[in-house]
Design a binder for this molecule. Structure first.
Ligand code: SF4
Ligand code: SF4
Length: 150
């Protein structure tokens, strides 16, 4: 739940594309490029969280990642549901689908819109080449769902 004033993608486009071009879970670095936690949250806590860019441990990125959908046993290695867990469990096997970035509550909407508008079609085409691979049955379903949301 980022701040109202969010990252201007024109100012970070170079580094953002470097992150998105690297086969490694991108969500933590996209989070750090974002504006941070909004003071408008409804959590019942006294601490001022405004602007923090930390992982909230919500596990959304873990739940959406297609690598775990294909290989659920990877999740059994830890109970943690953080971006650090995602990075250590997926590492260089990342598909660069960007689903983890799109579902992270700590990533700015400006960055998500950039990914959907400028990166998804190209990267979905790359992933589409793997549709029909019997060893990756979940990729079809994942693509179907992702494309229905673009
Ligand atoms: S959700 Fe997609 S981009 Fe994120 S770590 Fe998993 S495969 Fe990589
Ligand atoms: S989706 Fe949740 S667990 Fe993943 S990086 Fe964002 S805040 Fe952390």
């Amino acid at each position: 739940m980022p701040l109202r004033a969010q990252a201007d993608v024109r100012e970070i486009e170079g580094v953002l594309n470097d992150i998105l071009n690297t086969p490694f879970p991108p969500v933590a670095r996209c989070r750090l490029l974002s504006s941070g936690f909004s003071p408008g949250h409804t959590l019942d806590i006294a601490e001022d969280l405004a602007g923090i860019k930390d992982c909230l441990g919500c596990g959304n990125c873990i739940d959406i990642c297609p690598v775990f959908a294909r290989e659920p046993r990877r999740r059994e290695q830890t109970e943690q549901r953080t971006s650090m867990a995602l990075e250590s469990l997926v590492s260089e096997d990342c598909d660069r689908c960007y689903a983890c970035v799109l579902v992270c509550p700590q990533v700015d909407t400006t960055i998500k819109h950039y990914i959907v508008n400028r990166r998804m079609i190209e990267d979905m085409s790359r992933l589409q080449e793997r549709i029909g691979d019997e060893g990756e049955p979940d990729l079809d379903l994942f693509l179907e769902e992702a494309l229905s949301q673009v």
